[in-house]
Design a protein around this ligand. Structure first.
Ligand code: IPE
Ligand code: IPE
Ligand code: MG
Length: 246
């Protein structure tokens, strides 16, 4: 499932990003954390705009984790307001740019008006043929895997599936990511060397790239650097250098 761009193996077909460091970016400037989130939104717009120009077909952005609900109430409210405004202002532009708007995570955890905007955005852009931009909201990889197990167990109990029919492909299709190919490149900004419960099933063979840059400073140039680093990697998928070229 670890597909790469069929045209150019040096370009990752699917890039996933843990957009981290908004708070630290603001703190270093003596600003409130929320200012960092506001600037982070500008980078989301930029990266979605330039990703297709760079040959990326799928972009998956970690916007809000299930664990992030435990942040101070004010910050969570601000983030929800920012999300609502983003959907109001940017869905039309994404549509014009032929982007398919997609989400993963527990969308039912979000405020109702946001759930409605998300549903409208998906409906509006579902026939587009350009970049698939997937936003992770209230996302937890462990919750995703648990949910997949539950969906499969239900089918076994209902007699529509035999335990012997459970395989990796079925598990992949039972994730929120469904038909998306696995990420080829996982980027994390702001230097933390951790995955923070993101796409645990899907990143088994993703190349990892961690930059010290905070998310509000992650411009097109930084994305280009990440793609160049990816292009220099040798993906062996458990084989040797010789056997992976055969
Ligand atoms: C990422 O930046 C945005 C979200 C998790 C919503 P942070 O808010 O985590 O910023 P830091 O890590 O505290 O600097
Ligand atoms: C991961 O960042 C979640 C998102 C980027 C949305 P966090 O800032 O929540 O992760 P930790 O707490 O540093 O692991
Ligand atoms: Mg953080």
């Amino acid at each position: 499932m670890a597909d790469q761009s069929p045209n150019n193996p040096k370009i990752p077909q699917h890039v996933a990003i843990i957009m981290d460091g908004n708070g630290r970016w603001a703190n270093e400037r003596g600003l409130a954390r929320i200012r960092g989130h506001q600037h982070g939104v500008e980078r989301v717009e930029e990266i979605i705009r330039v990703a297709p120009e760079l040959g990326i077909k799928y972009l998956t952005l970690y916007a809000f984790s299930k664990e992030n609900w435990q942040r101070p109430k004010d910050e969570v409210s601000f983030l929800m307001g920012l999300l609502a405004a983003y959907l109001d202002q940017k869905l039309e532009e994404m549509h014009r740019n032929n982007v398919v708007f997609n989400t993963i995570g527990e969308i039912g955890d979000l405020p109702k008006p946001i759930q409605e905007k998300i549903a409208q955005g998906k409906e509006k852009t579902k026939k587009n043929t350009g970049l698939v931009a997937t936003f992770a909201f209230s996302y937890s990889a462990r919750a995703e895997i648990t949910r997949a197990c539950r969906l499969i167990a239900r089918k076994v109990v209902d007699g529509v599936l035999k335990p012997e029919d459970i395989n990796e492909d079925l598990l992949s299709r039972s994730m929120y990511t469904g038909t998306l190919p696995d990420p080829d490149l996982l980027i994390r900004t702001s230097g933390e060397m951790r995955i923070s419960n993101f796409l645990l099933w899907q990143i088994s063979y993703a190349e990892l790239y961690v930059t010290e840059k905070y998310w509000p400073d992650f411009t097109k140039e930084e994305l280009v650097k990440a793609i160049e680093a990816f292009g220099g990697r040798e993906r062996r998928f458990g084989r040797t250098s010789v056997s992976s070229k055969q």
